[in-house]
Design a protein around this ligand. Structure first.
Ligand code: AMP
Ligand code: MG
Length: 420
């Protein structure tokens, strides 16, 4: 099998992965979820013409000559309804958000007036009709579609949903995700320290990557490189919507993951991508109803090397999970940044170099986090972003403007835009 490019591999995945169905959640629990339905306004807002300022509701025609002295006929606070009509020579004291009384056609802010007594005020400015009035329905009209299905619930959207009284909203379901690590050499977090073993970091880094997308995954633990044990663990994982398997996907004699998945009915779509780190990354589909599951299960075989595993998650798993959750923006936001130093690269694979970003005049400066071995997790842990080195590059010169994928947990865009 040929090596796919990163974008071809992403496309392959997105051909199979579909947005999940909907479920109701309380508004208070909905941050970060994606609306499954259009949402409509159920009233006009403001419900009538209201004052935009603390001041006086006037008839603008009374202000042909200023200063003008008007008599104050009532006090209207937000929440009050006006009782009187404003006639020539009269005005009403009014607070922000209070309904405009009949007869008045403008508001004068208190700063442009001088109260001479409780019942009289001097107005110092002339204004046009409509001044400092918020018109009925200007923020939202009854019956208007105010939010479209597919909208991610952000704090502002929560405010809109509360405005239209959506105490409960229908959002796309989050995928159930299982994480399995494989390898005889691994020791788990609560095992006593054995100097001959390698600590299992992938399960926890992957878990956090999944959690950062708003999904609580299940950790299945560590399977030994033993076909029977692996088959048992993989079978458990295939009951989820998504199974992430770390390690065992290379071509070593003890890398059993792929053949066992295939024996369990998984159709492997690819297992090699022309990228660095992360070369042996695999994707497969277990069609619905196999494995006791009514929906398709998607399987990602991630490389065991800790950096590779995280980088592959970013390129392949994260867009798939976000697609399942209904997001339109599924890819990490990519910015252009100035590389601060030369960078070696051998043509053949797209490379994701871990960089820190510093803002500078006109943009960002990107600097490598240091030694970039795929086992050096600190290079990833310290990174703000992944700088993309195109596969045909023979090396980059300091000063080059390069694409950098931001690793920030909340910022995404619709398309993966980078030259690879
Ligand atoms: P593999 O892909 O199974 O050949 O593993 C490649 C390298 O990644 C080996 O050096 C492993 O020790 C290491 N590795 C595999 N799984 C994990 C894990 N869960 N946590 C940390 N390192 C791992
Ligand atoms: Mg292994």
């Amino acid at each position: 099998m040929e090596h796919l490019s990163v974008t071809d591999a992403q496309q392959c995945i997105l051909e199979f992965v579909k947005t999940l169905g909907a479920e109701p959640v309380r508004l208070e629990q909905s941050l970060g979820r994606v609306l499954a339905d259009d949402v409509y306004a159920n009233r006009d807002l403001p419900p009538y013409d209201v004052s935009a300022m603390d001041g006086y509701a006037v008839r603008s025609a009374d202000l042909a000559l200023v200063p003008a002295t008007l008599s104050v006929i009532e006090d209207i606070k937000a929440g009050d309804m006006p009782a009187k009509t404003v006639h020539a020579g009269q005005c009403a004291r009014i607070m922000t958000g209070a309904p405009l009384p009949a007869g008045a056609d403008a508001v004068i802010r208190v700063e442009d007036t001088r109260a001479s007594s409780e019942t009289e005020v001097q107005i110092n400015v002339a204004v046009k009709p409509g001044n400092d009035i918020r018109l009925q329905g200007e923020a939202m009209r009854n019956g208007d579609a105010v939010l479209a299905a597919g909208t991610e619930i952000t704090p502002g959207i929560s405010g809109i949903l509360a405005t239209v009284k959506s105490a409960q909203v229908r959002v796309h379901r989050r995928p159930r995700v299982a994480i399995l690590s494989t390898g005889n050499e691994l020791e788990d977090i609560d095992d006593p320290v054995d100097p001959d073993k390698i600590p299992n970091s992938n399960s926890y880094a992957l878990m956090a990557q999944v959690q950062a997308l708003g999904i609580e995954p299940d950790l299945l633990g560590i399977a030994r490189d033993d076909p029977a044990e692996l088959a048992e663990y993989l079978q458990r994982g295939l009951k989820f919507d998504v199974l992430l398997v770390s390690g065992g996907t290379s071509v070593g004699v003890h890398d059993y993951v792929r053949p066992i998945l295939e024996s369990l009915g998984v159709q492997m779509k690819f297992w090699r991508v022309a990228m660095k780190p992360g070369h042996p990354v695999a994707f497969g589909v277990l069609p619905g109803n196999a494995g006791g599951n009514s929906k398709d299960t998607f399987i990602f075989g991630l490389p065991g090397n800790p950096v590779s595993s995280m980088v592959c998650f970013e390129q392949f798993v994260s867009p798939a999970l976000r697609r399942m959750m209904g997001h339109a923006r599924i890819h990490r936001r990519t910015i252009s940044a100035r590389l601060t130093h030369n960078l070696k690269h051998q043509p053949g694979r797209t490379e994701f170099v871990r960089v820190t970003l510093k803002s500078e005049e006109g943009g960002y400066a990107a600097t490598s986090t240091g030694a970039q071995g795929s086992g050096m997790l600190l290079s990833m842990a310290r990174a703000d972003g992944l700088l993309v080195v195109p596969s045909d590059s023979a090396g980059l010169a300091g000063g080059s403007m390069m694409a950098v994928q931001l690793l920030d947990g909340t910022v995404f865009q619709e398309d993966a835009i980078f030259k690879e």
